[in-house]
Design a binder for this molecule. Structure first.
Ligand code: PLP
Length: 374
């Protein structure tokens, strides 16, 4: 048998998920119904706040922004170092994403830099919980309060992560999660909006179903609205029963999945302690559930060397992310430089991390990386 590739990330699916999907298929009600309602209830019980399940995390961010009135002419602060999904979700509302710099120690938004970019059009700030860590979230909320901004947390990396012992999504303004195939829990594709603001929840419930007012309740009861009104822009962004069936099973084992990620990240950290030319994020893995494991090399040349050596050894690696301010579509007249983003992004490399990875795999990967540095 040929040596298999160590994957960067993957879905970790057991028999429970397979049986749950089979049950939905056999009942022949694949759209949004019972399972979606149940998944929302279970998420609410877990997070302690109402949730609205949608087709993916990008849609969750777009609908959350629209629910707080963000649209044409508005500006939204967001770190440049994020998945293009965050930027496109802002653009989809008609608003302009304003690329902000990052704090080099956490790779989350730099509040000082963000504050410099605030003007009368600024409506919201999106902190991205990079790798599952949230940086100084309290500082972000006080900045938002000072300037009367709404906060939409891009918590796509941070399902099950905690901040000062509190679950992300269980406090604050609005949190958006992704359940795509490789996130901390998955529903195949999928995502949700969590908020303590009933207006946000109600608006998202309607906007995910083409704006048809109170259609969610009807669908959960297994029927549809034939006589209805639409009063705002909506999208076809609801979650299906097939997806929710997977999500329900994944949520049941979130603690096991989270602990495996935390254990593997701690192993990487101990392997890389005191290694010259390489830094890891200083995160508390009792609180943070890591979605990815990025390392920072001392130079872009070294990063590329490590990347190539990993690929040669059949170890998949990633780059999280190419900064969005470098992408043609997101160029703005905003001429303030992004110093840390520019200094750091070319030196980042993401090593494999997923619940099916073994400690031995992590040690093997770490040894290979260290060999190149020596
Ligand atoms: C995955 C992800 C999203 C979007 O979620 P999808 O479910 O893939 O649409 C948004 N932001 C970040 C940082 C992500 O990693």
């Amino acid at each position: 048998m040929s040596k298999s590739i160590i994957r960067l990330s993957k879905s970790c699916i057991g028999n429970d998920e397979k049986r749950a999907v089979q049950r939905v298929l056999e009942r022949e009600f694949l759209g949004m119904g019972e399972e979606v309602q149940q998944f929302e209830k279970n998420l609410q019980a877990y997070l302690g706040r109402p949730t609205v399940c949608v087709v993916n995390g990008t849609a969750a961010i777009q609908l959350a922004l629209q629910a707080i009135g963000v649209g044409m002419g508005d500006e939204v602060l967001v770190q440049s170092l994020t998945y293009v999904a965050t930027f496109q979700a802002i653009k989809a509302t008609g608003a302009t994403p304003i690329a902000c710099d990052i704090d080099p120690s956490t790779l989350t938004i730099d509040c000082h830099d963000a504050e410099r970019r605030i003007n009368e059009n600024t409506k919201a700030i999106i902190p991205v919980h990079y790798a599952g860590g949230v940086g100084d979230l309290e500082k972000i909320y006080s900045l938002a309060k000072k300037h009367k901004l709404r906060v939409v947390e891009d918590a796509a990396h941070a399902f099950a992560s905690r901040y000062k012992s509190k679950l992300i999504g269980g406090f604050g303004d609005i949190a958006c999660f992704s359940f795509d195939g490789i996130k901390n829990i998955t529903s195949g594709e999928g995502g949700c909006v969590a908020s303590g603001d009933p207006t946000v929840i109600d608006k998202c419930k309607d906007s995910r179903l083409l704006g048809v007012i109170r259609d969610s309740d009807k669908r959960f009861a297994g029927s549809r609205s034939w006589e209805f009104d639409v009063t705002s822009q909506g999208w076809r962004y609801h979650m299906s029963n097939i997806m929710a069936a997977i999500g329900i099973e994944q949520l049941k084992k979130v603690d096991i999945l989270a602990k495996r990620r935390q254990r593997l990240a701690r192993t990487y950290c101990s392997q890389f302690s005191n290694v010259k030319g390489l830094e890891v994020l200083d995160l508390d893995y009792n609180e943070v559930v890591p979605h990815i494991f990025p390392i920072m090399l001392s130079t872009p040349v070294l990063r590329n060397e490590v990347r190539d050596a990993c690929i040669d050894a059949d170890i998949e690696v990633g780059i999280h992310y190419k900064p969005n301010h470098e992408l043609s579509y997101f160029q703005t007249n905003n001429n303030l430089i992004l110093r840390n983003t520019d200094l750091i992004s070319g030196r980042l490399l993401t090593l494999p991390l997923h619940p099916d990875l073994s400690t031995a795999d992590v040690i093997q990967i770490s040894k290979l990386v260290k060999n190149i540095l020596n």
